[in-house]
Write a protein that binds this ligand. Structure first.
Ligand code: MN
Length: 252
């Protein structure tokens, strides 16, 4: 039986799962039978499982927020994306990141939906990867050095990222990205579910500024949410993303 490859964050690659399940008949992988996997082929994207429990990020992100955020909000973005691309089976083999990179080449009828709903899928997939329990603190190595180069110090970076997040009007996201021309790091806040990929900026860090990310615990106090967010940032994952970008690997 061939091994089922996993992504570095522990999730199963969508296309690998389909190929694996298709080639050996009735294999059940992660509770997903062949029939279900085959069905997924017309469904394009499925909800990636979290690599930690819903309660694992307490007290910084509460269990109920994690459940609703992952199981309801993220699932909703995926369902709407799948519905939009259903009439275009040729798109089902593309990653959501590739669809966003090539947004202007998509059929006009689905461009806004992919930007908003597909962006929601990509942003949440990104977000779940860069947070984890027993995290926080400060980065080390090349990432830490680059932050000092571009922002003066880690504390100055944190302050600037927090201020940008608090000042951002309405829903959206705050990101730390790499500028492909200068290779330096930049803070970028974007509205709605816009992805950094629309701006040709590979992302290192993402913080969800939608109220659904913090309202149950923090109500309207976004600054408190950002303060808690720092305690769940997994800097080792962020460092790996920077290394991947520098080595020219495509960002997911
Ligand atoms: Mn969200």
């Amino acid at each position: 039986m061939p091994a089922v490859p996993f992504n570095t964050d522990g999730s199963i690659d969508r296309r690998t799962l389909l190929v694996t399940a298709g080639s050996i008949g009735t294999l059940t992988v992660a509770g997903c039978s062949l029939a279900a996997a085959t069905q997924e082929k017309t469904m394009a994207y499925d909800l990636p499982p979290l690599r930690y429990g819903y309660d694992a990020l307490e007290p910084y992100i509460d269990t109920e927020t994690m459940r609703v955020h992952h199981d309801v909000h993220h699932r909703g973005y995926i369902a709407a994306t799948n519905a939009a691309i259903a009439p275009y089976p040729e798109l089902a083999d593309e990653t959501i990141e590739d669809l966003l990179r090539g947004l202007n080449d998509l059929p006009e009828a689905i461009r806004d939906t992919i930007r908003n709903q597909g962006g929601g899928h990509a942003n949440h997939q990104f977000f779940w990867k860069i947070i984890s329990p027993n995290a926080g603190g400060q980065p080390t190595g090349p990432l830490a050095e680059q932050i000092v180069t571009d922002f003066g110090s880690f504390d100055a970076f944190k302050t600037k990222f927090t201020e940008a997040s608090v000042k951002h009007f309405g829903s959206g996201w705050a990101f730390l990205v790499v500028n492909p021309e200068t290779k330096g790091l930049e803070i970028l806040t974007l509205p709605n579910q816009d992805s950094v990929l629309l701006h040709k900026r590979p992302g290192l860090l993402a913080c969800d500024l939608w109220e659904h990310a913090y309202y149950l615990k923090h109500r309207n106090r976004r600054a408190e949410w950002i303060a808690d967010f720092w305690n769940v940032v997994d800097w080792s994952v962020v460092s790996t993303r920077l290394q991947g970008i520098r080595e020219g690997r495509k960002q997911l």
